[in-house]
Design a protein around this ligand. Structure first.
Ligand code: NAG
Ligand code: NAG
Length: 249
């Protein structure tokens, strides 16, 4: 295969099918969260990772970007597309790809299924359906409209207690698999892979510099909000020199 444009045209036809299938299955699951639909979504997302890997290997073995500067590539759509295809983010076996997707969707399931019980005397698992408060809309509306310190704390902490601890081990496995895949693709870890999307070799330093520029304004805004909260809404409950409690903002 020597004709780059012909390869890219062929790639685009194939990629459209694989990407479309993955997003269609994601959409089906979002509308209707059954185990079967989750399985379908995990399978097609794992197939997408496998597709990206296969295409990266084909693109790497048939074409090279040696001899082009990063400006040449940045300014040329064809070269840029080749570079994107060659740079695969995650190199994982098909079993690991599926496991990786399954960690993600299992965490999403926990997030979507979590609820607080309005009836404080009902054991959580036996909370009547009508007393269950889900994130969307009940908890979100409660957080937006209440200015009652203990109610906000109950919502905020209750929601986190129903999600974070259940996800912890899944999240650790997700990170382990993600880092393994990123290292297989010659990144240091998944964070390194994510940052590469910004196409900025000085990304970390650039963000630090912007943050340093904003910090004085941020500190003033923070101090202003904290003073208002301490003096007007929550007298005696907000410390005038500590961070603002998360459930109040
Ligand atoms: C939800 O998905 C299941 C498959 O798991 C399917 O049998 C069912 O018809 C779907 N329900 C709706 C309303 O689409
Ligand atoms: C090529 O890219 C560089 C930086 O990426 C830019 O400064 C330059 O203007 C571009 N040239 C053209 C012809 O687009």
């Amino acid at each position: 295969m020597t004709d780059l444009q012909a390869y890219l045209d062929d790639y685009n036809v194939k990629a459209q099918k694989v990407y479309h299938q993955s997003y269609a299955d994601l959409f089906t699951w979002m509308k209707n969260q059954t185990d079967y639909n989750q399985q379908q979504m995990d399978n097609s997302a794992a197939a997408l990772i496998q597709f990206d890997q296969q295409q990266a290997l084909i693109a790497q073995s048939n074409f090279t970007l040696n001899g082009y500067s990063s400006n040449d590539i940045a300014n040329n759509l064809t070269l840029r597309e080749l570079q994107k295809i060659q740079t695969v983010g995650l190199m994982l076996s098909s079993d690991d790809s599926l496991a990786f997707q399954n960690k993600i969707s299992s965490m999403q399931n926990i997030y979507n299924a979590a609820y607080l019980c309005r009836n404080p005397s009902a054991p959580h698992a036996w909370c009547p359906q009508t007393d269950r408060m889900y994130l969307d809309p009940d908890i979100t509306l409660g957080m937006a409209s209440s200015s009652n310190y203990s109610e906000l704390l109950w919502l905020w902490q209750g929601w986190h207690d129903q999600t974070g601890p259940l996800m912890k081990s899944l999240y650790q496995q997700y990170v382990t698999l993600g880092n393994k895949g990123a290292q297989g693709a010659n990144f240091q870890d998944m964070g390194d892979y994510w940052r590469s999307a910004y196409e900025d070799a000085n990304f970390t330093a650039d963000v630090e510099a912007i943050w340093d520029q904003m910090l004085p304004l941020y500190e003033q805004l923070h101090a202003y909000m904290r003073t208002k909260l301490a003096n007007e809404l929550y007298p005696g409950m907000v410390d005038s020199s500590s961070p603002i409690p998360a459930h109040l903002l």
